[in-house]
Design a protein around this ligand. Structure first.
Ligand SMILES: [Zn+2]
Length: 163
């Protein structure tokens, strides 16, 4: 039995290369989904929190995590998902917010900033930057997003719900 030549940092690096299954321009670590990495002998345990409870990608994410860690040569990988504490848009890192915007998804405003109202986040059109936008549907293509239309350039776009 020889010890593995990897550390939890290597696992974090590998997980940083796992794309979000719904938004391939960001990784699962960009989105703040990976909560914990443990390495005990030859077994790695990765705990993640799915972004929105309605997102149908749990199995895809778990499999991608397992594949990425096994790709490092870790023989045994346990992937756990936890909903406690629940994922929050605050866990998305700043760099990923910018890539989301470039991808055409309005990044979420930090939750809990300012007064809490039903529409707390100022949503900008990702194309022209206008704040003159209106929501057209509560749910976008997944439960994670809302559909908006820009009053300035008339383009529809998807925005995140801040949670
Ligand atoms: Zn616009």
């Amino acid at each position: 039995m020889t010890a593995l030549q990897i550390s939890p940092e290597h696992i974090w690096e590998a997980l940083a290369g796992v794309p979000d299954p719904e938004i391939p321009v960001v990784s699962i670590t960009d989105m703040g989904m990976v909560r914990d990495v443990q390495l005990d002998g030859k077994k790695a345990t990765v705990t993640f929190t799915p972004t929105f409870s309605g997102c149908p990608a749990l199995r895809v994410i778990a499999q991608s995590i397992e594949d990425a860690v096994k790709g490092l040569g870790v023989p045994e990988v346990e992937v756990r998902s936890t909903l406690t504490p629940p994922w929050t848009t605050d866990w998305i890192n700043a760099d990923a917010r910018e890539r989301l915007r470039q991808y055409g998804i309005a990044p979420p405003a930090p939750a809990g900033e300012g007064l809490i109202t039903l529409e707390a986040e100022p949503t900008r059109c990702p194309r022209c930057g206008s704040l003159n936008v209106s929501m057209t549907a509560s749910f976008g293509s997944t439960l994670c997003k809302r559909l908006y239309v820009c009053g300035n350039c008339k383009e529809p776009f998807e925005g995140f719900k801040s949670v």
